[in-house]
Design a binder for this molecule. Structure first.
Ligand code: UDP
Length: 405
């Protein structure tokens, strides 16, 4: 089995946590590495976006990232649609030059889906589409979010024409059926995994020391790109409502999105709320250092307006840290309310504040939730995810071959 994975707009080698790189980059890279280890030769095709990477980079046994030139490297995501045909042509030429044939095409995000349908016409290999986010769902999640018509149109076409749709949660499956009238048989739900070797508990004092926190204060943690959709304002307001926040510090991990200056705005909100030096913005943190942050924190707070999955919740849980999350998107499939953390059904600071307070003031509760969180996260490693994905590739390839026979 040989798989072509398309990640047109964002490179899986980019550090997650800022600009356009986040959970999808981690997902694409880790899945490809595990697929390669299982013997499925996996090529990830991405747009050449700079000069920091070689045209072809090995990322593990049987897995590589291939950079295809398509449009100026600095083009923002919003302007990339016009370069899809040039990218597709580049992928076809690469395959031809190297005598490669692919048995399955796995597309991530709508722009890659457009490329994948073009590739299918040439290769006659099945297309598996994973959207990560869909415009219609995003629009419903938060007033004021708008997406270009071309995206909405093309997502509908990909949903209709792909051989299979792979989603992370049953929430997305239901949304596909409700908003796009997809036949349930076309959709497979496969939650992503977590790297349980990397994300494991570090002794709390050691974690504090490594981060220079001195173990003096309670620590709350937020990890994510600083995007208004992540709802960080709610955590700030919730912190201001704590009975006593003198001993509490909120550490905010994550970089800015391209061209936006959220840190300045959020810093101002924190100041207005009188939180002053209780909030620390540390910017983007290398993925490998995050276990220290998760382990040092008493709780991870995730008040997002929408998460198609929410990898950081699973990473925190793998480190034995309870999660206080909004009950949206994929988060209820990760967090068990009252068991591995709390799920809050409203986007208001008061209920977040109450749950945070319970965790900060009750070590017994924190420890038992942390243990349950760790056990639950351990069930979902990337090897398991890759085995299930490979079975899907084989099944859709078989179905397509039988249909064409
Ligand atoms: N991340 C990171 N460093 C940071 C911030 C985030 O490595 O400074 C990683 C984080 O560990 C997670 C991913 O970026 O794997 C974010 O994924 P998630 O699904 O939570 O959010 P998304 O960015 O996809 O909305």
């Amino acid at each position: 089995m040989r798989a072509a994975v398309i990640s047109f707009h964002t490179c899986p080698l980019d550090a997650p946590g800022e600009k356009n790189a986040g959970g999808m980059n981690v997902y694409v890279r880790r899945l490809a590495q595990e697929l390669g280890a299982l013997g499925c030769r996996t090529d990830i095709f991405t747009r050449k976006h700079g000069h920091e990477h070689q045209p072809i980079e090995e990322i593990g046994e049987g897995a590589r990232v291939i950079h295809i030139p398509a449009g100026p490297v600095t083009t923002p995501k919003e302007g990339l649609y016009d370069f899809v045909p040039g990218f597709t042509l580049g992928v076809l030429q690469f395959a031809e030059r190297n005598g490669l044939r692919y048995d399955a095409i796995h597309a991530h995000y709508w722009l890659s889906g457009v490329a994948a349908l073009q590739l299918r016409a040439a290769w006659n290999a099945p297309v598996i589409a994973t959207f990560h986010t869909l415009a219609e769902i995003k629009k419903q999640a938060r007033l004021g979010e708008s997406e270009p018509d071309i995206r909405i149109e093309q997502e509908r076409r990909i949903i209709a024409e792909a051989d299979a749709l792979l989603v992370s949660t049953s929430h997305e499956q239901i949304a596909l059926e409700r908003l796009y009238e997809v036949q349930p048989a076309k959709v497979l739900v496969l939650p992503p995994g977590v790297d349980t070797e990397l994300f494991r508990p570090v002794e709390r004092t050691a974690a504090h020391d490594a981060l220079g926190l001195n173990g003096r204060r309670h620590m709350l943690l937020f990890v994510g790109r600083l995007d208004p959709l992540k709802g960080l304002d709610i955590v700030l307001e919730a912190m201001a409502l704590l009975e006593d926040h003198d001993d509490v510090e909120l550490v905010v991990v994550g970089g800015e999105q391209e061209g936006k200056s959220e840190t300045v705005r959020l810093r101002r909100v924190a100041d207005v709320l009188g939180l002053g030096d209780h909030v620390r913005f540390v910017g983007m943190v290398p993925h490998e250092e995050l276990p220290y942050y998760y382990s040092a924190a008493e709780a991870l707070v995730m008040p997002s307006y929408y998460e198609s999955f929410g990898l950081v919740a699973l990473e925190a849980m793998a480190c034995g840290t309870p999660v206080v999350a909004a009950r949206v998107g994929g988060l209820p499939t990760i967090v068990r309310d009252g068991e591995t953390g709390f799920l809050v059904p409203w986007h208001c600071p008061e209920p977040f504040s109450q749950r945070i307070e319970m965790l900060l003031t009750n070590k017994g509760l924190r420890d038992s939730m942390g243990r349950a969180a760790r056990e639950r996260a351990a069930l979902r490693d990337w090897n398991t995810v890759a085995q299930e994905t490979l079975a899907l590739y084989a099944e859709v390839a078989h179905t397509r071959r039988s249909r064409n026979a």
